[in-house]
Write a protein of this length. Sequence first.
Length: 147
Amino acid sequence: MQAGSQSWKAFFFGASDAANAITVDKTPASLWPMALSVRIFGLNSWAVLVPQALMGVGAVAVVYATVRRSFPAWAALLAGTAMAVTPVAVLMFRFNNPDALLVLSLTVAGYCVTRARERGSTRWRVRRGGTCGWGWPWRSQGWGRRW
């Protein structure tokens, strides 16, 4: 992230050094939110972890909005609360890893599925596919080694 905050080339290619010689094994998009935050606020733990926390808040908001479209407000509030206090989510949104982006993108995809189901719209189906296609590579390369 420090290299991405110093060099735009290192930012776009996910390099670990400003000379762009060493890159990470993940897609660079997983590093972009943290690198932008470090570029704006300087290199410190707060600047690295704030994007993760904001992605967690965004995921909770999307879960609330998704459930609210089909159920009463109390059910949506319960779903959002469950998402916010689930131990895995609490741990995931506290550390610097690509899982937060994956969860956010998949919750947005779930929202798109709900909208497509309501309207029967191809546009929302395409958005869902784009969201999954955008989010999945951030984490999938690491999973391939475990299986």
